[in-house]
Design a protein around this ligand. Structure first.
Ligand code: NAD
Ligand code: TYD
Length: 341
């Protein structure tokens, strides 16, 4: 099987490609990624020379390019993914997340192949009590969430209208290796290690449901191989945490591991103006994927967070090259023109 993975140079996509190559040695993976600011080929430097892996630099909106690629199934991660950026400018979010998804759906339809559309719990909006179910209404609050909800609905329509074999997954917040340091967890670790202020939006009591990225990868794998056509699967680890609790936990872990005084790192916390439209709480009910596909997360939050702090400590050059911008040179240095179609 030749699987097209979109957005494979990003955080979850790169973890997923590594997972797929290890879990399914017979597969070939084509990684289509535009290398926006969030795409970093250094995430995949250890596998880039494998025969069964190929990188193509390109835009998922480019229908001519999609037609030329050789694949039998699509697993679609590519997106503009950061809520704060969507508040500053929603245009790239609509372009990539909505029109790019439509282009991929159209290409999957032309070939009659399976597509997994990787989405988010943010499409459901904010929750006062209980947990999101697959049937909960879509009430997105940020331009990012609205663009993902739009793409979910187009995916659904392609199944209903054309009989496309599409599966939608909606996962809670991920953390782990290779997450771009604009997102909460890597940002806190990187800022702590540089002695920079750690911004906490509003009162810090917003709640997110956190899942280790490796567990998201096994869930998408299960959805790809065992999910029903037209089905939606919520993915989460029943792990609700208030932001301020996570921030304190991370700072205490960094202090313990580096020998820095705990009080000085906790003193970096800076409560800042809240994010507009900031969702108060997300919580996922993953019973359907557990029951129907037999998926279970395997990384407890405590060890996942501890391992993630260790990873950012031991991969300081990785995130320092992002902060300096040097990571953007990697494609030209390693690939030159050979990966361009
Ligand atoms: P990311 O921002 O780290 O990576 C996105 C990747 O997509 C980058 O490599 C980027 O270069 C690529 N890309 C962007 N626009 C493109 C285009 N037009 N054509 C081709 N490639 C393009 O994102 P992530 O955190 O890895 O998220 C991956 C997917 O998972 C997204 O669809 C996101 O909505 C979803 N998701 C993320 C989370 C999370 O916590 N990060 C949770 C649930 C769902
Ligand atoms: P983020 O990692 O951006 O994920 P999302 O907005 O998709 O949930 O943010 C996670 C939570 O942390 C969210 O409630 C916003 C908050 N946050 C901060 O308090 N400070 C920060 O600097 C960032 C980036 C996020």
């Amino acid at each position: 099987m030749k699987v097209l993975v979109t957005g494979g140079a990003g955080f979850i996509g790169s973890n997923f490609i590594r997972h797929m190559l290890a879990a399914h040695p017979g597969y070939t993976i084509v990684n289509l990624d535009l290398l926006t600011y969030a795409g970093n080929l250094e995430n995949l430097s250890d596998i880039e020379t494998l025969q069964k892996y190929r990188f193509v630099k390109g835009d998922i909106c480019d229908k001519g390019l999609l037609e030329k690629l050789d694949f039998d199934a699509v697993i679609h991660f590519a997106a503009e993914s950061h809520v704060d950026r969507s508040i500053l400018d929603s245009a790239p979010f609509l372009q990539t997340n909505v029109l790019g998804t439509q282009a991929l759906l159209e290409e999957a339809r032309r070939r009659g192949c399976r597509m997994v559309h990787v989405s988010t719990d943010e499409v459901y909006g904010s929750l006062a009590e209980g947990a999101f179910h697959e049937t909960s209404p879509l009430m997105p609050n940020s331009p990012y969430a609205a663009s993902k909800a739009s793409s979910d609905l187009i995916a659904r329509a392609y199944c209903e209208t054309y009989g496309l074999d599409v599966v939608i997954t909606r996962c809670s917040n991920n953390y782990g290796p290779y997450q771009f340091p604009e997102k909460l967890i890597p940002l806190v670790i990187a800022n702590a290690l540089q002695g920079r202020p750690v911004p906490v939006y509003g009162d810090g009591l917003n709640v997110r449901d956190w899942l280790y990225v490796g567990d998201h990868c096994t869930a998408v794998d299960a959805a790809f191989h065992k999910g029903g056509a037209g089905e939606v699967y919520n993915i989460g680890g029943r792990n609700e945490q208030a932001n301020i609790g996570i921030v304190r936990r991370l700072l205490i872990a960094v202090a313990r591991k580096t020998g820095a005084p705990e009080e000085s790192l906790l003193g970096l916390i800076a409560f800042v103006k809240d994010r507009p439209g900031h969702d108060r709480r997300y919580a996922i009910d993953p019973s359907k994927i557990e029951r129907e596909l037999g998926w279970r997360p395997s990384t407890p939050f405590e060890s996942g967070i501890d391992g993630t702090v260790d990873w950012y400590l031991s991969h300081r050059p990785w995130w320092e090259r992002i902060i300096s911008g040097a990571y953007r040179e990697y494609y030209d240095l390693q690939y030159g023109k050979r990966a361009i179609l």
